[in-house]
Design a protein around this ligand. Structure first.
Ligand SMILES: [Zn+2]
Length: 295
């Protein structure tokens, strides 16, 4: 017994050491996870990107997996640079979305961008591990955002319109899931001018924002509005907050062999923000002049 008491601190420190060794550093965790995703990538750039990743306080999945992000600030002195936040693998079975986010992270390590970027490449690590759309609790994160209509409509919509499709379960309450809370933390912390949410498989650019001319520089995916839903990110950002969200729906569910083609998409995001702001400002001016003419 006495021997055990003497040895206990050693046993404890040994087991905690073993625990520490079990959890890989954030850098190697990021590299291992992103390296697994299909498609060609630039190894040096990925290693460089993973050196920089961070985790916002409390950003972990329901199963306790770290949700990390990569930041790249706009080139110093660039006038009118905007902030773009990227979420991918919101749905864990849409693997190519992660490959595009990885390609963007890699590219950002090699360029001095006009805009500031934050990329959250794996928002739903539990879903990715199980290859399911939903998170570890069987909730569709893209129906769990606390939209103003959530309490009235989210479960009703799920019951009636989707006939209780388990792939679209919005959760028991708004923002009940840690992944959703993490996404909201990023929105508050980074305060983006535009969110890009990468998905598969519909092959369109689905814009939640004002009517703007479709960007011609990226004809690969047509510009279409698919609409938004109670609890979806697009409704949370655009309908409730007047912040535009571009859902990039990659075509099919196989990774594009030419990930470089998405460089173009990355480059036109600034224009999308500027076009959006122009229309929003025109609307504001119109409304003020209407109010003034009424006076
Ligand atoms: Zn999706």
């Amino acid at each position: 017994m006495i021997l055990l008491l003497i040895l206990l601190p050693f046993i404890q420190s040994f087991t905690s050491l073993a625990e520490e060794n079990k959890t890989p550093s954030l850098e190697s965790f990021c590299y291992e996870e992103l390296n697994k995703l299909p498609g060609k990538h630039k190894d040096d750039s990925l290693r460089a990107a993973c050196k920089e990743v961070k985790v916002l306080e409390g950003c972990e999945s329901e199963k306790g997996v770290r949700i990390y992000h990569f930041d790249k600030a706009a080139k110093e002195g660039v006038e009118g640079s905007r902030k773009v936040l990227v979420f991918s693998l919101v749905h864990g079975d849409e693997i190519p979305s992660g490959s595009v986010a990885r390609a963007w992270m890699e590219r950002l390590t090699t360029i001095e961008p006009r805009n500031s970027w934050r990329v959250v490449p794996i928002l739903n690590p539990d879903g990715l591990a199980k290859k399911t759309r939903m998170n570890g609790n069987g909730v569709d994160i893209n129906r769990n955002f606390p939209t103003e209509d959530w309490d009235n409509l989210a479960l009703k919509y799920w019951n009636e319109k989707t006939k209780k499709d388990p792939r679209r379960f919005p959760g028991k309450s708004a923002a009940s899931e840690k992944e959703t809370v993490c996404a909201i933390k990023h929105i508050e912390d980074f305060n983006p001018d535009l969110i890009l949410s990468i998905h598969t498989p519909y092959g369109v650019l689905d814009f939640d924002g004002p009517r703007i001319p479709p960007p011609r520089a990226f004809p690969k995916l047509p510009w279409k509005s698919l609409g938004n839903y109670p609890g979806s990110l697009g409704r949370y950002m655009w309908v409730d907050r007047s912040k535009p969200t571009l859902t990039v729906e990659l075509h099919g569910n196989h990774v594009a062999d030419k990930l470089e083609q998405f460089d173009k998409l990355q480059d036109i995001t600034g224009d999308i923000v500027i076009q959006t702001e122009k229309i929003l400002n025109e609307k504001k001016e119109e409304e003020t002049s209407k109010k003034n003419s009424k006076k």
